[in-house]
Design a protein. Structure first.
Length: 260
């Protein structure tokens, strides 16, 4: 089956030293393309560099809410420069995280709003991280002017009521290994709400290893196959069908140049 890992931190220190082998294992598992995520400017630059080395690797550029306070005065111009590259397919990951508040909420909201406006001006998809900040996140995205069809709520952990608001607005929802966890019953209900054409899958590696390899300390893109199989079983669909549908969705949202 053909898979796309729509969110993988391939330049993270736990993966970068062995990235060639990591990518080989993923390709052998059926992964046809990778969207390398970024959370700050150095990671964005590294992701772009890797994307130029690997034809099936694409990237995004952005500042994560944890790093909002350290974005710097020229960060938007630097993201815009990277986003002009043909291998860059999104502004991200961006958003709000009130669980840790590593950056003050006011700074998070300012940097998030500025990056949403950049995505709007560039006509780029936006990849959203939200944790314990759903109301403020939706308020900002809904007022931003970005096209909902190009917005991805990555590694979604929202309950059904919040998911309905995302879907009613017109955005896409991506599931990571968290959806495979036995205790994630609300998230299982959320997955059943998402239309086939709005669902994406990811690993968020090196984090969030899925069942049945949850004890794996460093998650890898190859494990997106476990996410696909779990969702297929949950939704009563054939694994190959779900893999192909989510791959087609990813290709459409991010404009990926893949066969089929």
């Amino acid at each position: 089956m053909r898979l796309i890992d729509t969110h993988c931190h391939l330049t993270h220190g736990r993966l970068r030293p062995d990235v060639d082998a990591v990518l080989t294992r993923a390709r052998q598992a059926g992964v046809a393309a990778f969207v390398c995520a970024a959370g700050d400017l150095p990671e964005s630059k590294a992701a772009l560099g890797l994307a130029h080395q690997q034809p099936d690797v694409y990237c995004m550029a952005g500042v994560h809410p944890h790093d909002a306070k350290d974005a710097g005065g020229d960060y938007l111009a630097r993201i815009e420069h990277m986003a002009a590259d043909g291998k860059n397919v999104a502004v991200g990951e961006i958003g709000l995280d009130y669980h840790y508040n590593y950056s003050p909420p006011t700074e998070q909201r300012r940097v998030f709003a500025e990056q949403l406006d950049l995505a709007r001006r560039l006509g780029k998809p936006a990849v959203i991280h939200t944790r314990e900040a759903f109301a403020d996140t939706m308020d900002l995205v809904e007022r931003s002017g970005v096209a909902p069809a190009g917005v991805v709520f990555h590694s979604c952990t929202e309950p059904p009521a919040n998911a309905r608001r995302i879907l009613d607005w017109g955005a896409n929802i991506s599931f990571s290994g968290i959806v495979t966890f036995r205790g994630a019953t609300d998230l299982h209900a959320t997955a059943k709400l998402v239309p086939a054409e709005r669902m994406l899958i990811e690993t968020d590696c090196p984090f969030l290893s899925p069942e049945p390899v949850r004890k794996m300390k460093t998650n890898e893109p190859a494990n997106v196959a476990h996410v696909a199989r779990f969702l297929a079983d949950l939704l009563g669909r054939a694994p190959r069908e779900l893999a192909e549908r989510t791959a087609a969705n990813a290709a459409r949202v991010f404009g990926l140049a893949i066969d089929g």
